[in-house]
Unconditional design. Structure first.
Length: 195
């Protein structure tokens, strides 16, 4: 993340996203696939690290192997195999949704994972109970813990979408988008930017 100043001299936190042109690797239609979509490929991959099925898929589109594939709905636009889609589809000032895989935080307790407040204070004989989960449910009936109870466990490392982030600036010569706020994921991770 970084920050920029606007016209009113306010400091706005923002994220830089490198968005090189994506190649159309497949055009899905109602007749062949049952729905309409455009599949885009991003980031060059080595041929030795690509399966033969995907090598055939990319050669049909007339492009080199790509690391990531994603489907988008480009209604009203006539795109064919091998066409490129760049950051020129975005405009400064419009709002976008950014989807990515959030940072993994490992195994965490209930305070960090679910925002519990502990089992009361330190008084009345309590010992180290500030971060304990407390009771888990009924006793002899049904003699089990219900599925979906909020308990300690692995947190983070999931698909997250942040909506309505403003495109502050577009730098076309460097293929950079400057988007207000933070986006999910660590530095260098893949994200999907949608209108």
């Amino acid at each position: 993340m970084t920050s920029v100043f606007d016209e009113d001299r306010k400091n706005i936190p923002c994220t830089l996203i490198y968005a090189e042109p994506n190649v159309v690797t497949q055009v899905k239609t109602e007749e062949t696939d049952g729905y309409t979509a455009v599949q885009l490929g991003f980031d060059e991959a080595k041929e030795k690290n690509t399966t033969q099925a995907l090598q055939g898929h990319f050669s049909k589109a007339g492009t080199t192997p790509k690391r990531k594939l994603a489907e988008f709905d480009f209604e009203g636009e006539d795109l064919g195999l091998g066409d490129t889609v760049g950051i020129d589809i975005f405009e400064e000032g419009e709002f976008v949704d950014v989807t990515g895989i959030s940072k993994g935080k490992g195994f965490q307790g209930v305070v960090k994972r679910h925002g519990f407040h502990g089992v009361g204070g330190r008084t009345h004989g309590q010992h180290n109970r500030e971060r304990a989960p407390g009771s888990l449910g009924p006793g002899s009936t049904p003699s089990r813990v219900f599925k979906g109870m909020k308990m300690a466990g692995k947190t983070g490392n999931g698909r997250v979408q942040v909506q309505n982030l403003k495109v502050l600036k577009i730098i076309p010569e460097k293929n950079l988008l400057v988007i207000s706020g933070s986006v999910p994921g660590h530095k260098g991770s893949y994200v999907i930017v949608e209108k």
